[in-house]
Ligand binder design. Structure first.
Ligand code: GAR
Length: 212
C-alpha cells in the first residue's frame, strides 16, 4: 500500500473528501503549518495521525521547508497532497518531491492563479469556471494538469455562490486524481501527465456536472 500525507492550513474540507473516499493507500499523516487549523481536530477524531510544523517558528522559508520535508519523509510518504495548504513552497522543496507533489486550485488553470479566484472569474466575466488538480512545479499554482472540473457561472452569482459550486466539484475531482496516482494509473513523465489507457480520457481528466 502506498502512503500519502495531506497538507492543510485551514478548515480542511478537501482533506475530508480525501479521507472519506476509500483511496488505495494509507494516510500517514495530516500535517498543518497552522496549529489552529480546524481540519487537524477532524482528522485526529478519526484516528488519522496529525502533525504541526508551525511556519511562524522558523526564521526563513528554507528552514521551514526543510523541516516540513523531514516530517513528510519521517512518515514514509510516497505522495504529498496539498489541500488548502496556503504557503508558497521553495524550489528546493518542490524539486525534492517532484512527481509526488499534487495541489488543488479553485480555478481552471492557467486562468486565475493566486488568491481570490472566484472574484477574479466574476470580474473577468468568464462563463465557465472550475478547479484544477495538478502536479506542483516551482511557479505558484502551476504545473502539469491531472484533472479539471468545469462549472457554469450563473447570472446573479456572487463569489460566495460560485465558490460553493466549485468546492462541490473539488471534493469529487481531488479523490479521483489521488486514486489514479495511488493506483498507478496516472503519473508524471517528462513534464507531462500520463493516464494509462484503462481510464477513458473524459473520465480521467474532465468532470462536467450534469444538469439537475
Ligand atoms: C480550496 O478551495 C482549495 O482549492 C484552495 O483553498 C481552499 C481550501 O479549502 N486552495 C488554494 O487556493 C491553493 N492555491 P479546504 O481547507 O476546505 O479544503
Amino acid at each position: 500500500m502506498k502512503r500519502y500525507v495531506i497538507l492543510i492550513s485551514g478548515r480542511g474540507s478537501n482533506m475530508q473528501s480525501l479521507l472519506d473516499t476509500r483511496l488505495p493507500g494509507t494516510c500517514a499523516a495530516v500535517i498543518s503549518n497552522r496549529p489552529d487549523a480546524a481540519g487537524l481536530a477532524w482528522a485526529a477524531a478519526r484516528g488519522v495521525p496529525t502533525a504541526v510544523v508551525d511556519h511562524k517558528t522558523f526564521a526563513t522559508r528554507e528552514a521551514f521547508d526543510n523541516e516540513l520535508a523531514a516530517e513528510i519523509e519521517r512518515r514514509g510518504a510516497d505522495l504529498v497532497l496539498l489541500a488548502g495548504f496556503m504557503r508558497v513552497l521553495t524550489e528546493a522543496f518542490v524539486r525534492r518531491f517532484e512527481g509526488r507533489l499534487v495541489n488543488i486550485h479553485p480555478s481552471l488553470l492557467p486562468a486565475f492563479p493566486g488568491l481570490h479566484t472566484h472574484e477574479a472569474a466574476l470580474q473577468a466575466g468568464v462563463r465557465v469556471h472550475g478547479c484544477t488538480v495538478h502536479f506542483v512545479t516551482p511557479s505558484l499554482d502551476c504545473g502539469p494538469i491531472i484533472v479539471q472540473a468545469v462549472v457554469p457561472v450563473l447570472t446573479g452569482d456572487t463569489a460566495h455562490t460560485l465558490a460553493a459550486r466549485v468546492l462541490a466539484q473539488e471534493h469529487l475531482v481531488y479523490p479521483q486524481a489521488a486514486r489514479g496516482i495511488l493506483a498507478g494509473r496516472c503519473r508524471l513523465e517528462a513534464g507531462r501527465v500520463i493516464w494509462t489507457s484503462d481510464a477513458t480520457s473524459a473520465e480521467a481528466v474532465l468532470r462536467v456536472p450534469e444538469d439537475k
